[in-house]
Design a protein. Structure first.
Ligand code: AN7
Length: 361
């Protein structure tokens, strides 16, 4: 039997730094720390489109399929590569969960120490498990995310640790690549981009990406940027700090966003809108995505779809809309178990007839 080279049916995805190298602030000598993040699917969601009630195309950008299960991997491949290039030995972040998981994974892969500060009791189980198993040094504070961010900002000014929250400019450089992927997939920018906002780093990054592609004639239009916050943590929508933010979408339980002014600038430049969505609206979108589209995202991510449905009257006929699903549903198994719709039959005897009866036969 002779071995022949297999025909290549597709080119392996090299990770977003290699894929978009000309658009990113890296050089030939930057040590690229990658888990081959990016290249996430843009999936049509016809049941959501049908809710809008006229001819529209709706897609979700399922960024929960990144290596650690959230969009933070896009920012972290850049932030950690650049930290390593600069000779850093340790990184630090405050996090509602996903940043800590991504920072931990990429830092450890790059041989750096990872320190993370989280609000005690308000990080979803999957995210905490990730940070711990990747080998981060996790510190839970008796306070909220905003207080944790204040501490790590000061920490990085005083001690030899590099801050990898979204105030680190390389984070947004990496995250903007999701806008590139959307344009590459659609052949143009969408009419609307719907996105959840916490610290508002991601909405800022997407806008950077669309603008950069537009300047290079890769798209001939720019989307309206539609940002959504949880009603109990909606400082940008309300125009004031929320000292005690509350929402079951713990990823976006943020009362004083680091990128507040930049988000406002994005809204104005894109003729966008920001709205608040209630936890009930978030959960309705979360259940709909899972049970009607087969797409499991975390609650914070469902805010983008909840927001779209909230303003559906304004959607122009013929529009193309992308909702960003920032994190994977597996991140928060506790919410998922609370939301399952009573289809879980337990304590059934191991007999064919009994099972058939439960099935309704
Ligand atoms: C799933 O991990 O802030 O508006 O510390 O995990 O860029 O802050 C997470 C934020 C949306 C909001 N969806 O993004 C953290 C953190 C999910 C998130 C957001 C987050 P930004």
């Amino acid at each position: 039997m002779s071995l022949t080279a297999a025909k290549t049916v597709h080119n392996a995805w090299p990770g977003l730094i290699e894929a978009y190298r000309p658009f990113l602030p890296v050089s030939a000598t930057t040590p690229v720390v990658t888990l081959h993040e990016g290249n996430t699917p843009l999936i049509p969601v016809p049941a959501i489109a049908a809710e809008i009630g006229r001819q529209v195309q709706v897609f979700v950008k399922y960024d929960g399929l990144n290596p650690t299960g959230s969009f933070k991997d896009r920012g972290m491949t850049m932030a950690i590569s650049k930290a390593k290039e600069a000779g850093a030995k340790a990184v630090i972040c405050a996090s509602t969960g996903n940043t800590s998981a991504a920072a931990a994974a990429y830092a450890r892969r790059g041989g750096l120490r990872a320190f993370v500060l989280i609000p005690e009791g308000y990080v979803a189980l999957g995210k905490l498990a990730q940070a711990l198993v990747y080998g981060a040094e996790v510190m839970a504070i008796k306070g909220n995310f905003d207080q944790a961010l204040e501490i790590v900002r000061q920490m990085s000014e005083t001690y030899p640790v590099t801050l990898v929250n979204s105030v680190n400019p390389y984070r947004l450089e990496g995250q903007k690549t999701s806008a590139f992927e959307i344009v590459d997939a659609l052949g143009n920018a969408p009419d609307w981009l719907c996105i959840p906002m916490g610290n508002a780093g991601n909405i800022t990054a997407y806008w950077m990406g669309f603008c950069q592609y537009h300047e290079q004639d890769r798209c001939d239009r720019l989307p309206r940027m539609m940002g959504f916050q949880a009603a109990g943590a909606a400082p940008i929508v309300a125009g004031h700090i929320f000292p005690q933010p509350e929402t079951l979408a713990t990823a976006i339980r943020i009362g004083n966003p680091a990128n507040w002014e930049r988000a406002i600038a994005v809204k104005d430049a894109s003729q966008g809108q920001f709205h608040a969505v209630t936890d009930a609206e978030i959960l309705a979108a979360y259940r709909m995505l899972a049970s009607q589209e087969g797409i499991f995202c975390e609650p914070a991510s469902a805010a983008s779809v909840a927001g779209l449905l909230k303003v559906k009257e304004q959607v122009p006929t013929g529009a193309t809309i992308v909702c960003v699903l920032t994190g994977n549903g597996l991140k928060d198994p506790e919410i998922a178990m609370q939301q399952q719709g009573g289809q879980f039959h337990q304590g059934i005897l191991p007999e064919l007839e009994t099972v058939a009866k439960v099935m309704g036969f």
